[in-house]
Design a binder for this molecule. Sequence first.
Ligand SMILES: [Zn+2]
Length: 322
Amino acid sequence: MNITMENEIFSITVPTPFQVGPVNCFLIKSDVITLVDTGPRTSEAEEALISQLKEHGFTLEDVDQVVLTHHHPDHIGLAGLMRKKGKRVLGHWKNDRWLEMNDTFLKQHESFMRGIYKEAGVHEMYFQHVHDVEGYLLYTDRAKCDVHLAEGDEVPGCPGWRVMETPGHAQSHISLLHERSGTMIAGDHLIKNISSNPILEPPYDNCTERPKPLLQQRDSYKKTVKVKPAFVYTGHGEPIDDAEQLIKDRLHQQEERSKKVAAFLKQESLTAFQVCQKLFPGIYKKQIGLTLSETIGQLDYLHSEGIITKVKSGENVLYRHN
Ligand SMILES: [Zn+2]
C-alpha cells in the first residue's frame, strides 16, 4: 500500500488466461473509490478481484467508478459487469470500438489487417491469424465508456490525478499521474520485466493513415521521462522505481534492434514479412501478429529517420536501404 497525501492506492493482482500472466488492477481511495482496470471476464479473475478487495476492506459495491488504461481484454474484461452494477466506466474515446465490438468495426479490423498482411508479403498460411479478436469475444463483455478522459483531464473524484495520453502499445492507452507525489499508474505503457509491444491497429474514422505505434511509443516514453515519475505502478509485474533508466534502456534496445533491421536491408531489399522472419526466427510462426507489428514498427522508425525507402512491388511493399 502506498499512502500519498490524499490518496491510498491498493494493488490487486488477478489471473488471466493470456500468455502475459496475471494483470495488476489498482484501487484509488480518494473522494470516490476508483478501480483502475478490471482483469478479464473469467470467474477466476472475478473471484480474485472480490477477495483481494475484501482483504483491503472493500466490496465490489464500494467501487464508484472504473478507469480503463487501455482496451486490451486483460484490462477491460469485467467493465461490462461493473456497468451492469451501476458503476460508471471512464476511459479514452479510442476504447469505444473495442468495448462495443460491433460488426462494422470487426469487418473494418479484418480488412485492415488483411491489407497489412498482403502488403507485408505474409504467406497465406498465416492469414488464419489475421483477425485475432478471440480474446475480446471470449474474455470481455460488451461495454462503453460513460465518461471520456483525455490528455490533461483530472480524473473525476480523484483530485491531483491527471490523465496522460500514452499511445503505442494501444491507441487508447492512458496513464494516470499523481503530480504532487510523482506516483504514476502506467498500465502496459511501461512494464519492468518485459518490453511492451507496439501493436498495429486500424486508423480511426477521422484519420486515413494508419497509426505508427512504435513512433508513438517512443514519444510516450519521452513524455514520461519529462514528468519525472517517482514511482510507477504497472499493468503486469512489479512497480518501477527508476522509470528514467528503464525508459533509456527501452529506447536503446529499440534503436539497437532497428540497426539490425537496417543491416538486413543493406544486403538486400525485403518485404516486412521477410524482415520479420529474420528478426524473429522461429517465434514468428507462433506469434505472427505481435512479431509483424514489432517489425513494421521498426520499419516505420527507419523510414521516419530517412534510412530506408518503401517501394511498391506488385501487391507487396519492399523496403530498401538508402
Ligand atoms: Zn496487459
